[in-house]
Design a protein around this ligand. Structure first.
Ligand code: FPP
Ligand code: MG
Length: 351
């Protein structure tokens, strides 16, 4: 293979990156969602863009491609609001917000490699544009930057908690991967997997935000629990969107979980609690390889008839309400109202 000097700006070959019509370079989603912390989220956006410097140009190129795709910035919002609710939202809260979002963005780049995904947030994925090798290494780079940023807070416990959470996320992703195509998966397995891969980081955003905000141990625990429940609800809603969402709105193909052989909550509900007829109809469909769009529509209609989509949505709503109740002992201020609204939004979202 020919040697290319990437330091001179000759990045690896890339495909056309933007395929949707989403705004570039803005973070409209987050700003509309969290008006109370609009200006703070703008700052997080600037700090995110400034966080990545590298001698190899492809690193900021891939990173900015990912950042420009937008996103709801739920994790930075959780960190900032948790800090505000505990009484102090200063420099350390911004470091927490940036660190958790860097981990999230790195995990999505890795996840797209693992899932062999082509499209996310209406853009081609980094793996599709630059290839798996570059995507994995850039994600490693981005992930590593979170630790020095967090260490500026001067509390080694924060860095330890971040490291423990990344370990948990990788465990969740590995468990999911090794369970693909298995009919042995049960609802407890599913909740363990989504708790590890998704809810753990949302819980951490709240926990670290509360810690740097000066919260008491009880407040830190309550906010962590709130974040975990919101995270579970978020992933159940995400899995529902994979079955019922509109591809243009969610910016990625639907039916991905089914094609990967992943049993999400509605399917598990039919397999473990559904009637025999629904189970018999579902089993051959999900065991079939190479699912066509029509097969996915049939599965969706079946899950709808069996009440399984409604069951999963109801379950997510229950988690969202339980999360909001955990805020009851905090002062009823703007930060608390924003966290209550965030918990409600998580289960209503269509993107
Ligand atoms: C998206 O899930 C992915 C995650 C929630 C986390 C993935 C975690 C890792 C890859 C391990 C952590 C690695 C680092 C470097 C921090 P999904 O596939 O259900 O959602 P999607 O439909 O949006 O892809
Ligand atoms: Mg994925």
């Amino acid at each position: 293979m020919a040697i290319v000097d990437v330091r001179a700006g000759n990045s690896p070959p890339r495909a056309q990156a933007v395929i949707g019509a989403r705004p570039q370079g803005t973070n409209g989603d987050a700003e509309a969602l969290f008006p109370q912390i609009h200006a703070d989220l703008r700052q997080v956006e600037t700090r995110l863009r400034q966080a990545v410097h590298a001698n190899v140009p492809v690193v900021p190129e891939v990173f900015l491609h990912t950042v420009h795709a937008g996103g709801k910035r739920v994790r930075p919002a959780l960190a900032l609001l948790a800090a505000q609710l505990c009484g102090r939202c200063d420099e350390a809260a911004f470091d927490v917000a940036v660190a958790v979002e860097l981990i999230h963005l790195a995990s999505l780049i890795h996840d797209d490699v693992v899932d062999d995904s082509v499209r996310r947030r209406a853009r081609l994925t980094a793996n599709r544009v630059w290839g798996n090798k570059t995507a994995v290494l850039v994600a490693d780079f981005v992930h590593s930057l979170a630790y020095p940023i967090l260490s500026r807070c001067g509390d080694v416990a924060l860095v330890r908690r971040l490291s423990e959470t990344v370990v948990q996320m990788v465990e969740g992703e590995l468990a999911q991967m090794f369970n693909e195509g298995s009919l042995e998966v049960t609802e407890p397995h599913y909740f363990q997997m989504i708790g590890d891969k998704t809810a753990s980081l949302m819980a951490l955003a709240c926990e670290l935000g509360a810690m740097v905000g000066g919260g008491s141990s009880a407040q830190i625990a309550a906010l962590r629990d709130y974040g975990f429940k919101v995270g579970l609800a978020f992933q159940i809603a995400d899995d529902l969107l994979d079955l019922t969402g509109d591809e243009e709105r969610i910016g990625k193909p639907v039916g991905n979980d089914l094609r990967c052989g992943r049993l999400t909550l509605p399917l598990l509900h039919v397999l473990h609690n559904g009637n025999a007829a629904a189970k018999e109809e579902l089993l051959p469909l999900i065991c079939r390889g190479d699912l066509e769009v029509a097969d996915i529509q049939r599965i969706r209609a079946l899950l709808d008839r069996a009440g399984a989509l409604q069951h999963a949505a109801e379950y997510a709503r229950g988690l969202s309400s339980a999360a909001a109740e955990l805020l009851a002992d905090f002062p009823d201020n703007e930060a608390r109202q924003a966290l209550e609204a965030l918990a409600a939004y998580i289960v209503l979202r269509t993107t």
